[in-house]
Write a protein that binds this ligand. Structure first.
Ligand code: ZN
Length: 401
Protein backbone atom coordinates (compact mmCIF):
# COMPACT_ATOMS: atom_id res chain seq x y z
CA UNK A 1 0.00 0.00 0.00
CA UNK A 2 1.18 3.50 -0.76
CA UNK A 3 -0.63 6.81 -0.86
CA UNK A 4 0.18 10.48 -0.52
CA UNK A 5 -2.36 13.05 0.59
CA UNK A 6 -1.63 16.71 0.30
CA UNK A 7 -3.17 18.61 3.24
CA UNK A 8 -2.09 22.18 2.67
CA UNK A 9 -0.26 23.95 -0.12
CA UNK A 10 -0.13 23.24 -3.81
CA UNK A 11 2.46 22.73 -6.51
CA UNK A 12 5.40 25.02 -5.96
CA UNK A 13 5.22 26.51 -2.44
CA UNK A 14 5.58 25.02 1.05
CA UNK A 15 3.16 22.16 1.64
CA UNK A 16 2.15 19.56 4.23
CA UNK A 17 1.05 16.06 3.48
CA UNK A 18 0.76 12.48 4.67
CA UNK A 19 2.55 9.43 3.26
CA UNK A 20 0.86 6.12 3.99
CA UNK A 21 2.80 2.88 3.69
CA UNK A 22 2.44 -0.70 4.90
CA UNK A 23 4.69 0.24 7.80
CA UNK A 24 2.84 3.30 8.98
CA UNK A 25 1.97 6.86 8.10
CA UNK A 26 4.44 9.74 8.16
CA UNK A 27 3.91 13.46 7.84
CA UNK A 28 5.66 15.60 5.25
CA UNK A 29 7.85 17.62 4.92
CA UNK A 30 9.86 14.70 6.19
CA UNK A 31 13.52 14.11 7.00
CA UNK A 32 14.93 10.58 6.81
CA UNK A 33 18.09 9.74 8.79
CA UNK A 34 20.45 7.56 6.79
CA UNK A 35 20.96 3.90 7.64
CA UNK A 36 23.20 2.91 4.75
CA UNK A 37 24.04 -0.57 6.01
CA UNK A 38 20.70 -1.25 7.69
CA UNK A 39 21.56 0.78 10.78
CA UNK A 40 21.46 4.49 11.55
CA UNK A 41 24.97 4.86 12.94
CA UNK A 42 25.19 4.88 16.74
CA UNK A 43 21.39 4.72 17.16
CA UNK A 44 19.07 1.79 17.86
CA UNK A 45 15.57 1.53 16.38
CA UNK A 46 14.33 2.23 19.91
CA UNK A 47 16.32 5.49 19.92
CA UNK A 48 14.86 6.41 16.53
CA UNK A 49 11.32 5.85 17.74
CA UNK A 50 11.88 8.00 20.81
CA UNK A 51 13.32 10.70 18.53
CA UNK A 52 10.04 10.54 16.57
CA UNK A 53 11.78 9.49 13.37
CA UNK A 54 9.13 8.38 10.88
CA UNK A 55 10.99 6.93 7.91
CA UNK A 56 14.60 5.96 7.41
CA UNK A 57 16.74 5.41 4.34
CA UNK A 58 18.84 2.35 3.57
CA UNK A 59 21.03 1.64 0.60
CA UNK A 60 20.46 -1.01 -2.04
CA UNK A 61 24.06 -0.97 -3.25
CA UNK A 62 25.56 -1.61 0.19
CA UNK A 63 23.02 -4.23 1.29
CA UNK A 64 23.29 -6.03 -2.04
CA UNK A 65 27.05 -6.38 -1.53
CA UNK A 66 26.84 -7.18 2.17
CA UNK A 67 25.16 -9.21 3.58
CA UNK A 68 23.29 -9.76 0.26
CA UNK A 69 19.60 -9.21 -0.43
CA UNK A 70 18.88 -12.96 -0.63
CA UNK A 71 19.98 -13.43 2.98
CA UNK A 72 17.89 -10.48 4.12
CA UNK A 73 14.90 -11.80 2.16
CA UNK A 74 15.26 -15.26 3.71
CA UNK A 75 15.40 -13.70 7.17
CA UNK A 76 12.08 -11.93 6.64
CA UNK A 77 13.07 -8.71 4.89
CA UNK A 78 14.96 -5.61 5.93
CA UNK A 79 12.43 -4.41 8.52
CA UNK A 80 12.66 -7.65 10.47
CA UNK A 81 16.41 -8.01 9.90
CA UNK A 82 17.18 -4.62 11.43
CA UNK A 83 14.31 -4.54 13.92
CA UNK A 84 12.74 -1.38 12.50
CA UNK A 85 8.96 -1.37 12.20
CA UNK A 86 8.55 1.99 10.44
CA UNK A 87 8.76 2.68 6.71
CA UNK A 88 12.05 2.33 4.81
CA UNK A 89 13.07 4.03 1.58
CA UNK A 90 15.97 2.45 -0.29
CA UNK A 91 18.20 4.36 -2.63
CA UNK A 92 19.07 2.57 -5.85
CA UNK A 93 22.83 2.93 -5.79
CA UNK A 94 23.08 5.35 -8.72
CA UNK A 95 25.04 7.82 -6.63
CA UNK A 96 27.24 5.18 -4.98
CA UNK A 97 28.16 3.88 -8.40
CA UNK A 98 29.10 7.42 -9.47
CA UNK A 99 31.42 7.70 -6.50
CA UNK A 100 33.20 4.46 -7.46
CA UNK A 101 34.89 6.46 -10.23
CA UNK A 102 37.37 4.32 -12.10
CA UNK A 103 35.88 1.14 -10.64
CA UNK A 104 32.75 1.29 -12.77
CA UNK A 105 31.63 1.23 -16.36
CA UNK A 106 28.17 2.34 -17.46
CA UNK A 107 26.56 0.80 -20.53
CA UNK A 108 23.05 0.73 -21.90
CA UNK A 109 22.47 -2.57 -20.16
CA UNK A 110 23.45 -1.33 -16.70
CA UNK A 111 26.43 -0.73 -14.49
CA UNK A 112 29.48 -2.94 -14.34
CA UNK A 113 31.48 -2.21 -11.22
CA UNK A 114 33.98 -3.58 -8.78
CA UNK A 115 32.87 -3.98 -5.18
CA UNK A 116 34.47 -1.46 -2.85
CA UNK A 117 34.72 -4.32 -0.33
CA UNK A 118 36.72 -6.97 -2.17
CA UNK A 119 37.14 -5.78 -5.75
CA UNK A 120 34.85 -8.51 -7.15
CA UNK A 121 33.07 -7.56 -10.40
CA UNK A 122 29.29 -7.08 -10.36
CA UNK A 123 26.76 -6.15 -13.00
CA UNK A 124 23.57 -4.35 -11.95
CA UNK A 125 20.80 -3.54 -14.39
CA UNK A 126 17.82 -1.27 -13.69
CA UNK A 127 15.69 -4.43 -13.56
CA UNK A 128 17.97 -6.08 -10.97
CA UNK A 129 17.84 -2.99 -8.79
CA UNK A 130 14.02 -3.12 -8.67
CA UNK A 131 14.08 -6.84 -7.84
CA UNK A 132 16.66 -6.32 -5.09
CA UNK A 133 14.56 -3.59 -3.49
CA UNK A 134 11.57 -5.91 -3.64
CA UNK A 135 13.60 -8.63 -1.89
CA UNK A 136 14.58 -6.15 0.80
CA UNK A 137 10.90 -5.25 1.30
CA UNK A 138 11.41 -1.50 0.79
CA UNK A 139 8.34 0.67 1.29
CA UNK A 140 9.70 3.03 -1.35
CA UNK A 141 12.32 2.08 -3.89
CA UNK A 142 14.27 4.28 -6.28
CA UNK A 143 15.00 3.68 -9.95
CA UNK A 144 18.59 3.16 -10.99
CA UNK A 145 19.70 6.46 -12.50
CA UNK A 146 22.85 7.72 -14.08
CA UNK A 147 24.10 10.36 -11.74
CA UNK A 148 26.71 12.68 -13.19
CA UNK A 149 29.29 14.82 -11.42
CA UNK A 150 29.92 18.53 -11.64
CA UNK A 151 31.02 20.19 -13.79
CA UNK A 152 29.85 18.36 -16.91
CA UNK A 153 28.99 19.48 -20.41
CA UNK A 154 25.49 19.86 -21.76
CA UNK A 155 26.16 16.87 -24.01
CA UNK A 156 27.25 14.63 -21.12
CA UNK A 157 24.31 15.72 -18.99
CA UNK A 158 21.96 15.07 -21.90
CA UNK A 159 23.29 11.55 -22.45
CA UNK A 160 23.00 10.65 -18.76
CA UNK A 161 19.51 12.13 -18.63
CA UNK A 162 18.35 10.18 -21.70
CA UNK A 163 19.76 6.96 -20.26
CA UNK A 164 18.07 7.67 -16.93
CA UNK A 165 14.77 7.98 -18.84
CA UNK A 166 15.27 4.69 -20.69
CA UNK A 167 16.24 2.98 -17.42
CA UNK A 168 13.15 4.45 -15.72
CA UNK A 169 10.95 2.90 -18.43
CA UNK A 170 12.62 -0.50 -17.98
CA UNK A 171 12.25 -0.27 -14.19
CA UNK A 172 8.57 0.47 -14.50
CA UNK A 173 8.07 -2.56 -16.70
CA UNK A 174 9.43 -4.80 -13.91
CA UNK A 175 7.09 -3.15 -11.41
CA UNK A 176 4.07 -3.65 -13.65
CA UNK A 177 4.85 -7.21 -14.70
CA UNK A 178 6.82 -8.79 -11.85
CA UNK A 179 7.28 -7.19 -8.45
CA UNK A 180 4.95 -4.65 -6.82
CA UNK A 181 7.53 -2.11 -5.57
CA UNK A 182 6.48 1.51 -4.97
CA UNK A 183 9.09 3.10 -7.18
CA UNK A 184 10.07 6.77 -7.37
CA UNK A 185 11.61 8.26 -10.51
CA UNK A 186 14.70 10.49 -10.39
CA UNK A 187 14.91 13.72 -12.37
CA UNK A 188 18.43 14.26 -13.73
CA UNK A 189 19.87 16.81 -16.15
CA UNK A 190 22.69 18.47 -14.26
CA UNK A 191 22.44 22.23 -13.93
CA UNK A 192 20.83 22.62 -17.36
CA UNK A 193 17.27 23.90 -17.06
CA UNK A 194 16.22 22.62 -20.50
CA UNK A 195 17.38 19.08 -19.63
CA UNK A 196 15.77 19.15 -16.19
CA UNK A 197 12.51 20.28 -17.78
CA UNK A 198 12.62 17.62 -20.49
CA UNK A 199 13.45 14.91 -17.94
CA UNK A 200 10.68 15.94 -15.54
CA UNK A 201 8.08 16.08 -18.31
CA UNK A 202 9.03 12.71 -19.73
CA UNK A 203 9.03 11.01 -16.30
CA UNK A 204 5.66 12.53 -15.37
CA UNK A 205 4.27 10.97 -18.52
CA UNK A 206 5.29 7.55 -17.16
CA UNK A 207 3.15 8.11 -14.07
CA UNK A 208 5.39 7.24 -11.11
CA UNK A 209 3.96 7.45 -7.56
CA UNK A 210 6.70 9.92 -6.58
CA UNK A 211 9.55 11.97 -8.03
CA UNK A 212 13.03 12.75 -6.77
CA UNK A 213 15.53 15.41 -7.70
CA UNK A 214 18.90 13.74 -8.11
CA UNK A 215 22.37 14.93 -9.03
CA UNK A 216 22.19 18.11 -6.94
CA UNK A 217 24.62 19.25 -4.26
CA UNK A 218 27.48 17.70 -6.21
CA UNK A 219 29.54 20.90 -6.44
CA UNK A 220 27.28 23.45 -8.11
CA UNK A 221 26.51 26.70 -6.28
CA UNK A 222 23.56 26.86 -3.92
CA UNK A 223 21.96 29.44 -6.19
CA UNK A 224 22.10 26.91 -9.01
CA UNK A 225 20.76 24.13 -6.78
CA UNK A 226 17.68 26.06 -5.81
CA UNK A 227 17.20 27.51 -9.27
CA UNK A 228 17.05 23.89 -10.46
CA UNK A 229 14.60 22.91 -7.72
CA UNK A 230 12.48 25.88 -8.75
CA UNK A 231 12.56 24.79 -12.38
CA UNK A 232 11.52 21.23 -11.61
CA UNK A 233 8.93 21.27 -8.81
CA UNK A 234 6.22 23.20 -10.72
CA UNK A 235 6.41 20.57 -13.48
CA UNK A 236 5.76 17.65 -11.14
CA UNK A 237 2.21 16.51 -10.36
CA UNK A 238 1.08 18.38 -7.20
CA UNK A 239 -0.50 15.19 -5.81
CA UNK A 240 2.77 13.22 -5.79
CA UNK A 241 5.57 13.50 -3.23
CA UNK A 242 8.83 15.22 -4.22
CA UNK A 243 12.13 14.13 -2.74
CA UNK A 244 15.41 16.08 -2.81
CA UNK A 245 18.12 13.45 -2.54
CA UNK A 246 21.13 13.73 -0.27
CA UNK A 247 20.99 17.40 0.64
CA UNK A 248 20.35 18.53 4.16
CA UNK A 249 21.86 21.50 5.92
CA UNK A 250 19.07 23.13 7.95
CA UNK A 251 18.99 25.93 5.39
CA UNK A 252 18.85 23.47 2.48
CA UNK A 253 15.76 21.95 4.05
CA UNK A 254 13.99 25.24 4.61
CA UNK A 255 14.86 26.57 1.14
CA UNK A 256 13.70 23.39 -0.57
CA UNK A 257 10.50 23.19 1.48
CA UNK A 258 9.82 26.81 0.43
CA UNK A 259 9.93 25.53 -3.16
CA UNK A 260 7.56 22.61 -2.67
CA UNK A 261 9.83 19.69 -1.71
CA UNK A 262 8.37 17.08 0.68
CA UNK A 263 11.14 14.60 1.51
CA UNK A 264 14.82 14.69 2.42
CA UNK A 265 17.67 12.46 3.52
CA UNK A 266 21.19 13.36 4.53
CA UNK A 267 24.03 11.93 6.58
CA UNK A 268 24.71 15.34 8.08
CA UNK A 269 23.04 14.99 11.51
CA UNK A 270 24.64 11.62 12.24
CA UNK A 271 28.02 12.23 10.59
CA UNK A 272 28.35 15.64 12.23
CA UNK A 273 27.33 14.14 15.54
CA UNK A 274 30.18 11.67 15.34
CA UNK A 275 32.56 14.51 14.40
CA UNK A 276 31.49 16.56 17.39
CA UNK A 277 29.54 19.17 15.41
CA UNK A 278 26.20 19.80 17.06
CA UNK A 279 23.23 21.70 15.65
CA UNK A 280 21.38 24.29 17.68
CA UNK A 281 18.67 26.80 16.90
CA UNK A 282 21.44 29.38 16.81
CA UNK A 283 23.86 27.58 14.54
CA UNK A 284 26.38 24.79 14.90
CA UNK A 285 28.81 24.31 17.76
CA UNK A 286 32.07 22.34 17.89
CA UNK A 287 31.86 20.50 21.17
CA UNK A 288 35.65 20.07 21.30
CA UNK A 289 36.16 23.84 21.71
CA UNK A 290 37.90 24.75 24.96
CA UNK A 291 35.18 27.30 25.70
CA UNK A 292 32.91 24.36 26.67
CA UNK A 293 35.40 22.83 29.13
CA UNK A 294 33.46 23.97 32.21
CA UNK A 295 30.14 24.80 30.53
CA UNK A 296 27.42 23.29 32.71
CA UNK A 297 24.57 24.06 30.27
CA UNK A 298 22.96 21.70 27.74
CA UNK A 299 23.79 21.82 24.02
CA UNK A 300 20.57 23.71 23.35
CA UNK A 301 18.43 24.87 26.30
CA UNK A 302 15.29 24.63 24.16
CA UNK A 303 15.93 21.05 23.08
CA UNK A 304 14.03 18.30 24.91
CA UNK A 305 16.21 15.38 23.79
CA UNK A 306 17.67 12.83 26.22
CA UNK A 307 21.15 14.31 25.77
CA UNK A 308 20.08 17.89 26.52
CA UNK A 309 17.94 16.84 29.47
CA UNK A 310 20.76 14.95 31.16
CA UNK A 311 24.22 16.07 30.11
CA UNK A 312 26.27 19.26 30.08
CA UNK A 313 28.40 20.59 27.25
CA UNK A 314 31.41 20.03 29.50
CA UNK A 315 30.60 16.32 29.88
CA UNK A 316 29.91 15.89 26.16
CA UNK A 317 33.21 17.62 25.37
CA UNK A 318 35.00 15.28 27.78
CA UNK A 319 33.38 12.18 26.21
CA UNK A 320 34.24 13.39 22.73
CA UNK A 321 37.88 14.14 23.52
CA UNK A 322 38.18 10.79 25.33
CA UNK A 323 36.69 9.03 22.28
CA UNK A 324 34.11 7.34 24.49
CA UNK A 325 31.53 5.43 22.41
CA UNK A 326 28.76 7.18 24.34
CA UNK A 327 29.83 10.46 22.71
CA UNK A 328 28.70 9.19 19.30
CA UNK A 329 25.35 8.06 20.61
CA UNK A 330 24.55 11.16 22.69
CA UNK A 331 25.64 13.53 19.92
CA UNK A 332 23.63 11.62 17.31
CA UNK A 333 20.56 11.61 19.56
CA UNK A 334 20.72 15.38 19.83
CA UNK A 335 21.37 16.05 16.14
CA UNK A 336 18.68 13.69 14.87
CA UNK A 337 16.21 15.20 17.32
CA UNK A 338 17.23 18.67 16.12
CA UNK A 339 16.34 17.66 12.56
CA UNK A 340 13.02 16.11 13.57
CA UNK A 341 12.17 19.25 15.58
CA UNK A 342 13.09 21.41 12.61
CA UNK A 343 10.71 19.46 10.36
CA UNK A 344 7.95 19.60 12.99
CA UNK A 345 8.40 23.34 13.36
CA UNK A 346 8.27 23.74 9.59
CA UNK A 347 5.08 21.71 9.34
CA UNK A 348 3.56 23.78 12.14
CA UNK A 349 4.50 27.02 10.41
CA UNK A 350 3.10 25.86 7.06
CA UNK A 351 -0.20 24.89 8.68
CA UNK A 352 -0.36 28.18 10.58
CA UNK A 353 0.44 30.18 7.46
CA UNK A 354 3.59 31.60 9.06
CA UNK A 355 6.25 29.80 7.01
CA UNK A 356 7.75 32.99 5.49
CA UNK A 357 8.41 34.39 9.00
CA UNK A 358 9.77 31.04 10.14
CA UNK A 359 12.17 30.95 7.20
CA UNK A 360 13.33 34.52 7.83
CA UNK A 361 13.88 33.93 11.56
CA UNK A 362 15.86 30.76 10.99
CA UNK A 363 18.09 32.48 8.49
CA UNK A 364 18.67 35.46 10.80
CA UNK A 365 19.52 33.24 13.78
CA UNK A 366 21.96 31.17 11.79
CA UNK A 367 23.59 34.23 10.24
CA UNK A 368 24.12 35.85 13.63
CA UNK A 369 25.61 32.69 15.09
CA UNK A 370 28.01 32.25 12.18
CA UNK A 371 29.36 35.72 12.81
CA UNK A 372 29.76 35.09 16.54
CA UNK A 373 31.36 31.69 16.08
CA UNK A 374 33.71 32.66 13.29
CA UNK A 375 34.42 36.35 13.82
CA UNK A 376 37.71 35.94 15.72
CA UNK A 377 39.26 34.07 12.80
CA UNK A 378 38.44 36.84 10.35
CA UNK A 379 38.00 34.56 7.39
CA UNK A 380 34.84 32.99 8.72
CA UNK A 381 33.20 36.33 9.34
CA UNK A 382 33.99 37.29 5.80
CA UNK A 383 32.46 34.11 4.52
CA UNK A 384 29.32 34.47 6.57
CA UNK A 385 28.74 37.96 5.27
CA UNK A 386 28.86 36.49 1.81
CA UNK A 387 26.44 33.83 2.90
CA UNK A 388 28.87 31.05 2.02
CA UNK A 389 29.47 29.86 5.56
CA UNK A 390 25.80 29.12 6.00
CA UNK A 391 25.71 26.72 3.18
CA UNK A 392 28.50 24.44 4.20
CA UNK A 393 27.60 20.88 3.58
CA UNK A 394 28.52 17.94 1.49
CA UNK A 395 26.53 15.94 -0.94
CA UNK A 396 25.73 12.88 0.93
CA UNK A 397 23.21 10.98 -1.06
CA UNK A 398 22.35 8.07 1.11
CA UNK A 399 25.77 6.64 1.75
CA UNK A 400 27.23 6.67 5.16
CA UNK A 401 29.87 4.05 4.62
ZN1 ZN B 1 19.22 18.00 22.45
Amino acid sequence: MFSFTLETGAGDGPRCGRLETDHGTVETPLFMPVGTQGAVKALSPEDLLSLRVGMILANTYHLYLRPGHRIIERLGGLHRFMGWTGPILTDSGGYQVLSLGALRRISEEGVLFRSHLDGAPHMLTPEDVVRIQNALGSDIGMVLDECIGFPCTHGEAWEAMERTLRWAKRSLKVVREEVPVTLFAIVQGGVYADLRRACAEELCGMDFPGYALGGLGVGETKEKTFETVETVTPLLPPQSPRYLMGMGTPLDLVEAVARGVDMFDCVLPTRNGRNGTLFTRFGKIQIRNSRYADDDGPIDPECGCYTCRNFSRAYLRHLFLSRELLAYRLNSIHNVRFYQDLMERMRGAIRAGTFPEFRRNLMENLERSEEEEEAPGGQGAQRSRNGGGLWQGVHTRSAEG
